[in-house]
Write a protein that binds this ligand. Structure first.
Ligand code: UDP
Length: 413
């Protein structure tokens, strides 16, 4: 899997994070220099994991770490199984059968036959490729990086996955709430966004206006937006219900933009439900964006008044950071990693229902000053906590800790 970061180098981050942060990063990276860090996930595009790896792998390489990225292969049946597993690990009841488990094992075997694995560090993302641990050789260190909210999984799903996870040297979860009872080390590392990516970099206002116009969005009236795969756990129907309540009092528009991910087979069905619920309201814009629409998504968020991420379950929700970085107040479901990003009353509002979301959206629409204050707070919060440079440093520190398993303190120089 090749990832590009055309024209950007480490030095470019200095203006945003400061020289000290970069110096520290270089010191840590020097201790991992030359090692191969192999990432493995289940999709090259679509969703937060691919988004992060696209930005992180080139940065690690620039720092002297031989980072690589492989994507497992699977057919429709396999991704049906892993989507059910994903949902069930999030706590949603799903039905499993021995045939489904066998499909997972067979696809894992097929991937193991084709995949070359490093003897240095293997970083396996999420449940889909977790079974690859069967091929772990003694010298290599394997980390299971979990991006989903496994705080209250369906017992059967966790029982299936745990025997794989327990064979890893360590696991990484996005926040302490997700920690599990495991016989291996657990690290807490929050995800991040890249402030210099096309998804997040500054854009000139003429381009933003042009993108809004292209999609028929009126820049003169408020725009309520959610950018997400069409997935029930992202609750697009809840967002629409909130919009319909807000619309009674405020003349506003709703923008639901999403694309699919090859490892998510449910998207089309959810999209159909969303279109049906929208009816003939000309102020509801449902956009199916192709992959690599990063500049357009950036512009759509910049052109929005309020951003929603009304998820019912959420590992982290990069879209929250992406909106906060652009100084947009975010109304988020009070779940999972959204709670790390939306500080209630400071960077946005945490809500538990469409009615709550509507009430907070109305409050924000009526108070432009509040929107500006929250937007500025959100930008600062992301800058302090959720940028790529911090994320890379945390991963390198985990790699280093694994090389010094019995030491409480690792001396870097
Ligand atoms: N995204 C995108 N196009 C879309 C919908 C989402 O590029 O049509 C991006 C979004 O901007 C974010 C990522 O996909 O960078 C989604 O990550 P998140 O953690 O929010 O959710 P996930 O899809 O991984 O559950």
């Amino acid at each position: 899997m090749e990832s590009t970061r055309t024209g950007i180098c480490l030095k470019d981050y200095e203006a945003i994070v400061g020289a000290d942060v970069l110096d520290e990063l270089r010191v840590v990276a020097d201790c991992v220099r030359g090692r191969r860090l192999q990432n493995i996930n289940s999709t090259a595009v679509g969703g937060g994991v691919a988004e992060i790896l696209t930005r992180m792998v080139p940065l690690l390489r620039e720092l002297g770490v031989e980072a690589t990225w492989d994507v497992i292969k699977g057919d429709g049946a396999f991704f049906e199984v892993t989507k059910a597993l994903h949902n069930a690990l999030h706590g949603k009841p799903e039905k499993f059968s021995e045939q489904m488990y066998q499909c997972y094992r067979d696809t894992t075997e097929a991937n193991l036959r084709q995949m070359e694995l490093t003897d240095d560090i293997v970083w396996v993302h999420d449940p889909q490729p977790a079974g690859l641990i069967a091929r772990k050789r003694d010298a290599a260190r394997w980390v299971w990086r979990c991006h989903i909210d496994v705080s209250s999984p369906m017992e059967e799903a966790w029982k299936f996955l745990a025997p794989y996870v327990e064979q890893y040297d360590a696991s990484i979860f996005s926040m302490p709430d997700f920690a599990q009872s495991l016989p291996i080390a657990q690290f807490m590392v929050a995800p991040s966004i890249d402030p210099l990516s096309d998804k997040n970099r500054e854009l000139d206002s003429a381009y933003v206006a042009q993108v809004l116009e292209r999609y028929g969005v009126d820049p003169e009236r408020p725009v309520l937006t959610q950018i997400s795969r069409f997935d029930r756990l992202k609750d697009p129907l809840g967002v629409m219900a909130a919009y319909k309540l807000v619309k009674r009092r405020h003349d506003c528009q709703l923008l639901l933009a999403g694309g699919g991910a090859p490892d998510d087979p449910e998207g089309e069905e959810v999209l159909r439900e969303v279109k049906e619920a929208a009816g003939s309201d000309a102020d509801i814009h449902i956009l199916e964006l192709p992959v690599f629409s990063d500049l357009e998504i950036n512009a759509l968020v910049r052109g929005s008044t309020i951003v929603f991420q009304k998820s019912i379950k959420e590992g982290f929700g990069l879209t929250v950071c992406e909106a906060l970085w652009k100084r947009k107040p975010v109304i988020g479901g009070a779940v999972g990693g959204i709670k790390l990003q939306v500080i209630h009353g400071v960077t946005g509002f945490l809500v538990h229902s469409p009615e709550g979301a509507a009430q907070r959206a109305s409050q924000l629409l009526a108070d432009p000053g509040l929107r500006v204050r929250m937007g500025n707070n959100g930008h600062e919060h992301v800058k302090q906590n959720f940028l790529l440079t911090r994320h890379v440093k945390d991963y390198l520190l985990v790699a280093l800790a694994l090389e010094h398993p019995n030491e409480d303190i690792v001396h870097l120089c």
